[in-house]
Ligand binder design. Structure first.
Ligand code: COA
Length: 202
């Protein structure tokens, strides 16, 4: 039975978190600042900012499309929509380490468990996609910081639903953020098996 985020779910462990946290608690890596992530030496490691659509292309191509050089594989519908936001984690040189894209989109019909979306207006249901981090920095928190920004983005419109088409290999990453599998497994041509995953934010 999916757990829904309720006002009582605020986790006292992370009183300054920008959104109400789920049970079990989101690990510390996901609670780092949206604007600045610091190393143990308090030196800036990366910042999270909105980025231009074209700034997603390099990581999309290398991480999500196996280096396919075709322009079309990294230019996606709604990328240039003013209501779409692309987030990037940048290092101190401005190099983009991780990315994710978000826009309002109702939970898709292939989501068989729709309980998380009950009572949430379509305009408050958000899909994110294109979640990727540079293989050289995996495990450093860049991916989590971008996911954190996507969660916070949706949470600015409570009650909100956040969902994605999750690659099977990434399910554990999203589960750590409190997301649930809400669909049967399905294939996206050329990419592989996925499940719809979602979390309700109140
Ligand atoms: C999924 C992805 C974005 C995660 O990015 P990342 O930069 O490695 O994430 P973080 O460094 O913030 O990892 C945070 C924690 O999640 C864990 N984690 C990362 N990917 C995970 C996965 N696929 N399953 C389970 N746990 C995962 C990390 O080990 C780390 O754990 P720790 O805090 O105990 O050390 C990255 O692995 C990636 O780009 N994968 C390939 C593309 C992909 O599958 N994208 C998702 C499309 S739906």
């Amino acid at each position: 039975m999916p757990h829904r985020l309720m006002p009582s779910d605020v986790d006292a462990t992370y009183p300054n978190a920008p959104f109400k946290l789920h049970q079990p608690a989101i690990p510390p890596a996901l609670t780092r600042s949206l604007s600045l992530v610091t190393s143990p030496m308090s030196l800036p490691v990366f910042t999270i900012t909105p980025i231009a659509p074209a700034d997603t292309h390099d990581l999309r191509r290398r991480v999500l499309r196996d280096g396919d050089p075709a322009a079309a594989v990294v230019v996606w519908p709604r990328d240039d929509d003013p209501a779409t936001t692309h987030y990037g984690a940048k290092d101190h040189t401005g190099r983009i380490l991780a990315i994710g894209t978000i826009y309002a989109q109702p939970l898709p019909d292939n989501a068989t468990d729709r309980t998380l979306a009950q009572g949430i207006a379509a305009a408050h249901q958000f899909q994110f996609r294109g979640m990727a981090s540079d293989a050289a920095v995996r495990g450093s928190g860049a991916g989590s910081a971008v996911l954190n920004a996507l969660i916070a983005h949706a949470h600015r419109h409570p009650p909100a639903l956040l969902w994605c088409n999750a690659r099977v290999a990434a399910i554990g990453f999203y589960e750590r953020a409190g997301m649930y599998i809400v669909s049967d497994r399905f294939d996206i041509a050329g990419v592989g098996p996925h499940h719809v995953m979602a979390v309700r934010l109140t």
